[in-house]
Every structure is written in C-alpha cells, then in structure tokens.
Design a protein around this ligand. Structure first.
Ligand code: CUA
Length: 335
C-alpha cells in the first residue's frame, strides 16, 4: 500500500481528497509558506547558476572545437593581450551584479521568514531533540507527546500557523520536514525558532538532519496536519489522563524501572528522560518512527530494545515472558 501510494501518488490524491500521506519528503513539493518561499528562491538560484554554466560551458566548448586542432605544432608564441579595460570591467561588474541579486533575494526571503511573529491564534510548540527521539510540548494546551506532532491545517479562510521553539536535551540535532520548512538546527542552550503553516491535511515526514550519534538515522519526525475539527478532537483526547485501574499489567509497569524514565499522566509514573507514554497507542509508530505501534513490536522492543535500535538509552530489563505479556497488555491500553 505504501509502495502503491508512492508510485500512484497522483491518482490516489484525487480519490482521497483529505488527510493523505505526503511520502515525498521533497523540497520540490512545498506545502507551507516557508518551504514555498525557499523553493522559489532555490529555483531562482538554479536558473542563474544554469545560465552561468551554459555561458561558460558553451564558450569553452566553442573554443575547444574552433581553435583546438590547428595542424602541426608551431613553437611561436601566440599574441599576448595586456590591460583591456572593457574585458576587465565586464568580468568584474557582471559577477558583482549576479552576487548582488542573489544576496538581496536571499536576504528578502530569510527576513520574511524570520520576522514572522506568532498571533494569539497560533499554536505554540516546544520541540526538544533527544538522542534519539523528539519530544513535543504544547504548553498552552498542556499536552506532551513524542515523535508525532499534530498541528491544525492552515487554509486561506482559516489561517493558523504553528510556531516552534527548538531546544536540545543533549547534542546538536536539526529539525527538518522538507515539505513544510527548511532545516533549523536544534542546539543545546539556544532556543531557535521556526514556523509552519501547512496547507493540506495529511501526514508529513521528516527527520533529524544533523548527525547526532549512532541512531541519528532513527530519529524521524511525523507532522500530522489535521482539519480544525480533527485537531480539536486530538487535543481533547491528549489532554485526558490515563485511568488508574490497578490491573496486574499496571502494577507490573509501576513496579519496573519504566517509571524512572517515562511519564504516564494519571498514575505515579513521572520520569522525564524518555518519551511520555500517556497516549502511546495514539501514535502510529514508536522509537522515533522505527516500528509501527503494534503489540508484537512493543513486545519485541521491551524484550531487547538494543536489538531494535542499538545504542539507544533504554536498557534491556531482562523481562520474563510473563512480564512481557503484562507490560504489553498495559501499554496497549494507553490510547
Ligand atoms: Cu538527532 Cu541526528
């Protein structure tokens, strides 16, 4: 199905008008203002560079063909030309003009993107890069989630941008969802900013774009762009706490080391070095996009997280089959 949707992307979008995947993580299909401005700028740069290439390459080819083979080698020196004002002015002024145009166009796009300020309707999100997953906090909505960020669609009638503050818990990462915006570095001790205003619902794919250690490649980002109604539903569901049920699985979970790193709101589990698990099952994948969130995969992960994603900070807890059954049973109740 994923294969089909990649190769039949166009017919499928016609059929499913809403909420389709956008699997082409490509800068050439921008679907938000920052990505579109950067795309237009890159096309201008490409055109200018292509023109320079054609002129230089064309002249070079002409000279090689026209003056290349002139019969037997003579050792006479060709005519020497010194101090041609016209030629020197031409090859100084033209590049200066080209660089000036590129600089001004870049400065204009950069400042248009950087100077945008959030309004009262904007969604504000803090994205925190960890080795190797993403934490997303929406302080105004009191939501914390991981790896899969939901934002509202921003249509012409209902403009609603999302402003992100980027923090790092450890090393330098880079937040990049190509169809929504360019890369922005995520640097410890800094609060870099970026914003997006996605114009079509659906799931957008991105990844960490700065090498950050062994599992850098398994640090994927999903941005799910919802219709306003779906977004409100998502917010309402995410704000709920987990229910205390005193089930065997819950007791087992609370008795394990799990609670030292993970939070499940509503029960006494408030570790904060690992992803918030309160609504784990609402996310399509876990381990930063490494595996789909299914009971089989959760079991595989709990049995030996290092086998799935070697080097990650979740240790092998040497769980028995009974523990695994109970823990997976409990986790799958976290909707
Ligand atoms: Cu985080 Cu690469």
């Amino acid at each position: 199905m994923k294969f089909q949707s990649i190769f039949l992307g166009v017919p499928l979008c016609a059929v499913t008008a809403v909420a389709q995947d956008h699997p082409f993580a490509s800068i050439f299909r921008p679907l938000a203002t920052p990505a579109r401005s950067e795309y237009q700028l890159s096309i201008l740069v490409l055109i200018i560079c292509a023109a320079i290439f054609l002129v230089v390459g064309g002249l070079l080819a002409y000279i090689v063909l026209r003056f290349g083979d002139r019969g037997p080698i003579t050792h006479a020196e060709p005519p020497q030309v010194y101090g041609s004002n016209q030629v020197e002015i031409a090859w100084t002024v033209l590049p200066v003009l080209i660089v000036f145009v590129l600089t001004m166009a870049t400065a204009r796009v950069t400042s248009a993107i950087q100077d945008r300020e959030p309004t009262s309707s904007s969604l504000k999100v803090t994205a925190i890069g960890h080795q190797w997953w993403w934490e997303f906090r929406c302080p105004d909505l009191k939501i914390t989630t991981a790896n899969e960020l939901h934002v509202p669609v921003s249509s012409a009638e209902h403009y609603r941008a999302t402003f992100l503050t980027l923090d790092s818990a450890d090393v330098v990462h880079s937040f990049w969802v190509p169809q929504l915006s360019g890369k922005t570095d995520v640097v410890p001790g800094r609060h870099n900013k970026m914003w997006i205003d996605p114009q079509e619902p659906g799931t957008y794919f991105g990844n960490c774009a700065e090498y950050c250690g062994a599992q850098h490649a398994h640090m994927l980002i999903r941005v799910v762009v919802d219709t306003p109604e779906d977004f409100d539903k998502w917010v309402a569901a995410q704000r709920k706490n987990a229910l205390m049920t005193n089930s065997a699985g819950e007791q087992n979970f609370l008795g394990q080391q799990c609670v030292e790193c993970h939070t499940v709101r509503g029960v006494p589990a408030s570790g904060d070095s690992g992803p918030d698990l309160t609504h784990l099952m609402s996310r399509g994948t876990f381990a930063a996009g490494t595996l789909p969130t299914t009971p089989e995969n959760l079991r595989r992960w709990l049995k030996d997280p290092q086998e799935v994603k070697s080097g990650n900070y979740m240790p092998n807890l040497e769980l028995s089959d009974k523990d695994l059954d109970q823990l997976v049973g409990y986790l799958t109740t976290l909707h």
